[in-house]
Design a protein around this ligand. Sequence first.
Ligand code: ZN
Length: 758
Amino acid sequence: MKQFSFYIVSLIFLAPQMRTAEPAPLQGYSADSARAERQWEAQFRAIPDPAALRAYMQRLSARPHHVGSAYDRENAEWILSQFKEWGLEARIETYDVLFPTPKERALELIEPTRFTARLAEPTVADDPTSAQHAEQLPSYNAYSIDGDVTAPLVYVNYGVPDDYEALDRLGISVKGAIVIARYGGSWRGIKPKVAAEHGAIGCLIYSDPRDDGYLQGDTFPNGPYRPADGVQRGSVMDMPIYPGDPLTPGVGATKDAKRLPLSEAITLTKIPVLPISYGDAQPLLAALKGPVAPERWRGALPITYHIGPGPAKVHLRARFNWDTKTIYNVIARIPGSAYADEWIIRGNHHDAWVNGAEDPVSGTSALLEEARGLAALAGQGWKPKRTIVLCVWDGEEEGLLGSTEWAEDHAEELRRKAAVYINSDTNGRGYLQVEGSHTLERFINGVARDVEDPETKLPVWKRMQLWRIANLAANGTAADRQEARQRADLRIGALGSGSDYTVFLDHLGIASLNLGYGGEDGGGIYHSIYDDFYWYTHFSDTDFVYGRALAQTAGTAVMRLADAELLPYDFDDFTDTIRGYIEEVTKLAQEKREQIVERNRQIDEGVFAATEDPREKTVPPPREAVPPFLNFAPLENGLAALEGATRLYDQALARAAENGGAALAGAALRDANARLIAVERALTLDEGLPNRPWFKNQIYAPGFYTGYGVKTLPAVRESIEQKQWQLADEEIVRVGKVLENAGEAIQGAAAELTRAAK
Ligand SMILES: [Zn+2]
């Protein structure tokens, strides 16, 4: 209670300042409706309550609640009952998905000494839920295939393509070997994928104490970091091909959906995979000989890191129950009063690997407080113009199952109606972190200016800006710092994958944002049994004020989008961002070419033979064909079209905003809004990306070899990175045309706005 009264005092203290400040105009609003909107929003932001957030977390994380568990379903039903109690129209929508769980897991070192891995996370005395072993999912990587393999071990660092290039230079092959990779450096599913491409027959992934264990700080329960037996579970489905149920690509996994046979599910791994703790990894790594690992490969275990292969030989056995399980999405709707067929969608998942207090309940709780707040406003007469759809997803952890199946199931309707999707997932203490569609960059900057940071009492926008300046002082150029100080909007990052926005942005072309606070607390309990209420309330947002800030931020964004007369997309920041991406890919092609020319020259000069230590076995890199120059003109032409259309739209918007936006208030904007929604769809192509047709967005995609990490202008960028020059030339033409299409769509919106505002 003490902390609670503290916040009341600070709110009263700040209130006069808030009143006297001149409110900035709201894009898409007439002056009158902006005034009303600001009042409703302020009323909303007073509602989210840290005590309620804490109670939701305690309830939702009280027992393990993975897909298929009793408590997963109970949580969904409890969330539904809360929604209904608050007066929201809500229901549960179910899907039936492939969900493997472990039947057998074994890992032993059989040569040169013997060691059997524990593969278990022990109870921690002070932490009550860590003892719920009967309900916990054992540590495993979901969608690993079954396997029983025995082979020499090779340490491959993070197991990303660069690491295999380094192994090639050392003359080490993983063919027929079991690799051990550490977590980090990429999304985990990339590690077995790349290992299999290089001929490995099994893959172990362990958490090195350098990355989230004792080198970072005290380990749980004395501190937040990963203890010796803590294991990171997680999906290794090949999500860069397509996420969601492996058996129903592109369609909702309804009861009677047509399903692929298991043997045709291409998103399962090609080799068996098992995640292990550093307690279990240390004896295996210590038994390796061969070259000492390069310095940047070394972790923080008290051993000398060797690469192998062998003499360590391991036996790995993993078998799974290949069951179908029901997942439970909870969906609530607040119908729109003017534009009911335009949807603002807000989502966070509710399922966890185990108790999942941080991932995902810290975000789920914020969404629940938003729902309670919006329902309360509706009871007081607030009527959003657009329909608000609140989604609490199941099955995110295994492969974005709930959101993907729901969006595939409702794809036709979503393509017509969905204006924006706003996601969150885990939340903690610190700075607002925003990634998303750059048509929403200006909009979300505006929202961030109106939310107060709980620690500094600055607007969260200001804190973000100062944090960036501080970071750029260490890692950036003077020009970067100047931009952070002077550009009207702080830049937002692009979205790769890793949470439930993926299907909306990448498959359906719906403008999306991902929001969360963080950056002040580290931790090492991710996807372990220790991500629970005890951990969160000792080491993260312990007083739930950042849970409140997330609810205030996302709730304000949802209201402001739902109430606007004209959807507040902006194309200046978007065009500016695209210009940057085109510069990047142009430079990338040039650098790739120069690198190959230089390396070939060094091979001819005998540089490698002369400078590498003859006592250490190394292999010079192979000569490569010099790539052709690429023609980037189609991208430049696309950009020019985009710039021209953006100018027209800005002129139309400026005219509509004259005289307090009287034109906006009186106009029938249905067609203009529909045109605006169509702009984002114009960024997609039906045929998708090369070799992965599910991914239709031509501006943003998760990298084929990064998994979570984004690749912008992915078709062009990845064909250059993978040295497919012919393909790169073709993709430049296709993506240039996409930019022209987007320009046309923006021009259409400008014309419609001008017509409506007359
Ligand atoms: Zn999550």
